[in-house]
Design a protein around this ligand. Structure first.
Ligand code: ADP
Ligand code: MG
Length: 254
């Protein structure tokens, strides 16, 4: 009797596949043989010393940086120089930066509707309704008419998160989203991120907020000198770090 093929449902639903990815800034070898597969719905936290390549790695995922060797495939689309592919991938990948990167001369509502209206060609009224929905989700609908400079850092970062969500991404990348915030504002941003994580969006977050990692991550990755040194589920990662570099890093931040 012929062997029955394995049912498709048991195959992992890989949304991001980085294989043998290398990148240089001039002579400087910043990413070394990165192999990373992220399945749909995963919450991955990346940590590691400053300068280890964390930002570069996630910026390669939406082509804010270009890799020189290896392959990056996002939802079955390979990231090449083909602008069509780059556009297609950028539609699926939202990014939240440390410095918020809001447009200072636009109101909060205009910040949220700009790309949906001009890039996605969504009617203004519909874009505004979506924007108000996500502003409510990040708990600041009353700030819609203000300018970024009139908001606290924590509020600005929540606007930045809402702005990403308005593009309905499949994957959200966060690059140290709370590092520029005063301590009393960190929790309001992390609480929003925890809620999002629970809804099932695929998330990769560079952060040193290890409480966040324990709460939402299913996997913690430690990077050093351009390499993924080790990765594990949070409990094991924190309890039993394997490499000396990870142990040293954790002893410095915990
Ligand atoms: P991390 O986010 O882990 O702090 P980065 O990815 O920002 O690390 O940077 C990794 C290394 O690459 C650092 O040594 C940094 O100085 C260097 N680097 C980052 N961006 C550039 C660039 N545009 N040109 C040259 N070197 C860069
Ligand atoms: Mg960085």
């Amino acid at each position: 009797m012929a062997a029955t093929p394995a049912p498709a449902a048991t195959e992992p639903d890989v949304l991001i596949q980085m294989s043998g990815v290398n990148k240089w800034y001039g002579e400087f070898h910043v990413l070394r043989d990165i192999n990373l597969a992220v399945e749909r719905g995963e919450k991955v936290v990346i940590c590691g010393p400053s300068g280890s390549g964390k930002s570069t790695l996630i910026r390669c995922l939406n082509r804010l940086e270009e890799h020189q060797k290896g392959s990056i495939i996002v939802d079955k689309i390979e990231l090449t120089n083909d602008v069509k592919n780059i556009d297609a991938i950028r539609r699926e990948v939202g990014m939240v930066f440390q410095q918020f990167n809001l447009f200072p001369h636009l109101t909060v509502l205009e910040n949220l509707t700009l790309a949906p209206i001009w890039v996605r060609k969504i009617p203004k009224k519909e874009a505004e309704e979506t924007a108000m929905y996500f502003l409510s989700r990040v708990k600041i609908p009353e700030q819609a008419g203000k300018y970024p400079g009139q908001l606290s850092g924590g509020q600005q970062q929540r606007v930045a998160i809402a702005r990403s969500l308005c593009m309905k991404p499949k994957i959200l990348l966060f690059d140290e989203p709370t590092s520029a915030l005063d301590p009393e504002m960190i929790k309001e941003v992390l609480d929003v991120m925890i809620e999002l994580a629970r809804e099932g969006i695929t998330m990769i977050c560079v952060t040193h907020e290890m409480g966040f990692a324990r709460t939402v991550a299913n996997r913690v990755i430690f990077m050093d000198r351009g390499q993924i040194v080790e990765q594990n589920e949070p409990e094991e990662f924190f309890k039993n770090p394997k490499s000396d570099r990870t142990k040293l890093f954790l002893s410095q931040i915990l």
